[in-house]
Design a protein around this ligand. Structure first.
Ligand SMILES: [Zn+2]
Length: 275
């Protein structure tokens, strides 16, 4: 065997090993990216489907994605937009320049404001299909994983209440993504009879005092509560009252401002926090 062939063989072997370690095809991985005051959550599903929920307030998103993805990966199958506030969408504008995005899933809310138009025009320019989802819709993104849309309002005056709420079930583990929902919609969900139980909860609206009601948390029964929040933000997030309710619900709390990016993994039985 000549030298060149040996080098190529070793390179292919290392690449294959790297790929197989990364695409652990039985595990669901959730990275709550530390994007400061905002939300950006990356889901790597078993069998490789990749979903990004929101994009944070700026281009820090790209750095954070680079930290959790291998350098050669620039593909995101689905981008989910919870709602059209700057701290959830601004990072997406540059994302579509650097990453290949398959499809955008969002609510039918089409606010007549500057930011919305900038983002939508950008998505159109890149020929990225925009799919409007509705409450009750289910997506089978991967084997044994179903994602159900629990709320997708489009005409609430408070944009936060138009947040797309998504519940992901993977065998015995589940994840509830709440966007910036307030108690108004939480109450609706409590009364809906939907199965809100989720062992991993993305705390609504960065720990705002107007979210995470006791009644809502009693239905969710979270084990782990993640608050995506920036240090010294102008919004008093997280609010001590919300923190007290979360603590009383019995969940362990994790704040991105203290921990940085929080990465969780599930093989279907339990969530594990990665180092
Ligand atoms: Zn927000």
């Amino acid at each position: 065997m000549n030298k060149k062939l040996i080098i190529i063989t070793i390179f292919c072997g290392v690449l294959f090993l790297g790929l197989s370690l990364f695409f652990d095809n039985k595990k669901l991985r959730v990275d709550f990216l530390d994007v400061g005051q905002g939300d950006a959550i990356l889901l790597n599903l078993p069998q490789g489907t990749r979903i990004l929920v929101d994009g944070g307030p700026d281009n820090l998103l790209l750095n954070r994605l680079g930290e959790v993805l291998p350098w050669w990966e620039h593909k995101i199958d689905y981008v989910v937009i919870s709602h059209y506030h700057a701290d959830h969408i601004l990072g997406l504008i540059e994302l579509v320049n650097k990453y290949q995005v398959g499809e955008v899933l969002t609510t039918a809310h089409q606010p007549d404001d500057f930011l919305y138009h900038i983002l939508i025009n950008k998505l159109k320019a890149k020929n990225i299909p925009i799919v409007f989802v509705q409450a009750g819709q289910t997506f089978d993104f991967a084997k044994n994983i179903s994602a159900q849309v629990y709320s997708a309002e489009s005409d609430n005056e408070d944009y936060n209440n138009n947040s797309l709420v998504l519940k992901l079930d993977y065998l015995q583990t589940s994840l509830l993504l709440t966007g910036d929902l307030t108690t108004e919609i939480e109450d609706k969900l409590v009364k809906s009879g939907l199965d809100l139980q989720a062992d991993l909860l993305k705390v609504a609206h960065h720990g705002s005092r107007y979210s995470s009601s006791q009644a809502f948390l009693a239905k969710v029964e979270p084990k782990f509560c993640v608050i995506s929040v920036g240090e010294d933000n102008d919004f008093q997030h997280p609010h001590p009252e919300a923190l007290a309710r979360l603590s009383a619900s019995g969940c362990q709390m994790y704040l991105t401002e203290s921990f940085g990016t929080l990465s969780w993994q599930s093989a279907g039985q339990a969530w594990n926090l990665l180092d």
